[in-house]
Design a protein around this ligand. Structure first.
Ligand code: ZN
Length: 489
């Protein structure tokens, strides 16, 4: 049972608010191992829904699931020069097994490119074996020094897609396609709008040719990199001799992509939608969409109301809706807890819709529905409850996306901005700043050094400003591109 102490407000301390929501909504807990987390049923239930939806989307785009080992021979990491530079510093390494020192140490996977492409090299002989489209659901380990629940932990859950193609263009198309899948998921299911685009060379994945990312804006105006998709070129194919015989009979290196999203998305969901009363879960991802709170005084009323609540739960559970799933309904039968305390608890946990059901409602064959997102109340007739609940859930889902989009636009800055003003913004309330960039690594590094803001992406066309910026934010030279700047998690 969560205590009744009020949450720290977002305005007072966003970071403290985030930790309190995660802990008190029982999404996750700290573990005995520093930097690791335990995902509790309320958090894991959201992850399971995310997995199910994404898995369907991956399969609809031609991918199949497989599983590769947790351990990777240390030498594999060293075969791709940039990859080892990027991942060796945060690798966990196993040196002993069964009481004996190992001949070759094993790295606990920080990501699986090396072991996957070593296997692809065995499986692919001819162009007829391509494309090879694989996804794996797994855990990975990165020895992070500063950790936050869901956002950065030593071990986290994710999926990693790995594909091999005959040509550069096919790999490029795949990397872009999966970025689009992620965006559709984040907007359509998480109600979290994202800006997509290309990472700069200094921010791209270690070993990739090009990295694309989805960047969401959190309520503290910091960016969250919510998913990435990489065109790996032939870098790993060359390191692991992943070759195939082309149609014309020549021996060629394959082209690879990899792409991933992780349990970090749950952190993104909390920071996009939560309010000072707790979590707000978009209906499509909510393990419980509707909670029924029975109201009664006497034993007689209790029997009557609970019987009605059970009947409603059963009927709604069989309700045929457009989404091919029954409505997810829960009746709060807890004894010794006043309705008000139950409302507070379900608000904290973010259940999208609450039904208040008392004897007087039943006499009138109606119930009161309360939206979690807006707190709006509505009396509805029990005769049309299924339609009403379904319609309200759909409206909540779309209103949450609209609200998040409006907030992003209200906190985006476009057009001419001086570097002094930019520093002021980054020192203060923060924002998504669209500004010109000359393309030099020096300007990028100096801005990061001075303001902690980084180029999140070079935005895709639809996100670029109507009037392209002409000068670099830092040096004032001619801009070669528009960049999206923000501080990030
Ligand atoms: Zn510059």
């Amino acid at each position: 049972m969560s205590d009744d102490k009020k949450l720290t407000t977002r305005a007072a301390d966003f970071s403290a608010w985030y930790n309190e929501v995660v802990l008190r909504a029982e999404l996750a807990d700290y573990s005995p191992v520093r930097g690791c987390m335990v995902i509790r049923p309320s958090g894991y239930g959201i992850w399971e829904r995310m997995q199910r939806v994404l898995d369907d989307m991956f399969k609809a785009t031609g991918h199949k699931n497989a599983y590769f080992p947790l351990f990777i021979p240390e030498s594999f990491l060293h075969k791709e020069a940039e990859h080892v530079e990027g991942f060796a510093p945060e690798a966990a390494v196993v040196t002993h097994g069964g009481g004996k020192k190992l001949e070759e140490p094993l790295v606990v996977r920080p990501t699986s490119e090396t072991i996957v492409y070593s296997m692809f090299a065995k499986w692919v002989q001819s162009y007829r074996d391509l494309p090879l489209l694989i996804n794996q659901w797994a855990n990975v380990v990165r020895w992070e020094m500063r950790t936050r629940l869901f956002l950065r932990t030593l071990e986290f859950l994710w999926q990693e897609g790995h594909t091999a193609h005959a040509t550069h263009d096919e790999a490029e198309e795949e990397a872009r396609r999966m970025l689009g899948v992620y965006r559709d998921f984040m907007e359509g299911w998480m109600a979290m709008p994202v800006v997509t685009g290309l990472k700069t060379d200094s921010e791209r994945f270690a070993g990739a040719l090009r990295t694309y990312a989805c960047e969401g804006i959190m309520q503290d105006n910091k960016a969250l990199q919510a998913g990435t998709s990489h065109n790996l070129g032939q870098n790993f194919a060359k390191a692991f001799e992943l070759t195939f015989q082309s149609e014309s009979g020549t021996q060629e290196f394959a082209w690879n992509t990899s792409w991933g999203v992780s349990t970090r998305l749950i952190g993104g969901l909390v920071m996009t939608h939560g309010d000072d009363n707790g979590l707000r879960i978009p209906p499509l991802l909510a393990p419980t969409e509707l909670v029924i709170v029975p109201i009664y005084r006497s034993d007689e009323e209790r029997a009557k109301v609970l019987e009605a609540a059970d009947r409603i739960e059963r009927n709604l559970g069989e309700w045929k809706r457009r989404e091919p799933n029954a409505l997810r309904v829960h009746v709060d039968r807890r004894e010794g807890l006043k309705p008000g305390a139950k409302y507070y608890d379900w608000e904290l946990r973010g259940v999208p819709l609450r039904m208040e059901l008392g004897p007087r409602d039943l006499d009138k064959q109606q119930a009161v529905l309360v939206r979690r997102d807006t707190k709006e109340k509505k009396s509805v007739s029990l005769d049309v409850l299924g339609e009403e609940v379904e319609e309200l859930l759909e409206r909540i889902q779309s209103d949450m996306l609209t609200a998040a989009r409006d907030r992003r636009e209200a906190n985006s800055i476009r057009g001419a901005i001086t570097y002094d003003r930019f520093r002021e913004v980054m020192d203060g309330e923060g924002a998504f700043v669209y500004a010109g960039w000359c393309g030099s690594r020096e300007c990028e590094a100096e801005i990061k050094e001075e303001t902690k803001a980084t180029i999140r992406v070079l935005p895709d066309e639809e996100f670029r400003s109507a009037e392209a910026p002409t000068t670099c934010l830092k040096c004032g030279a001619a801009a070669t591109t528009e960049a999206l700047w923000a501080k990030a998690y």
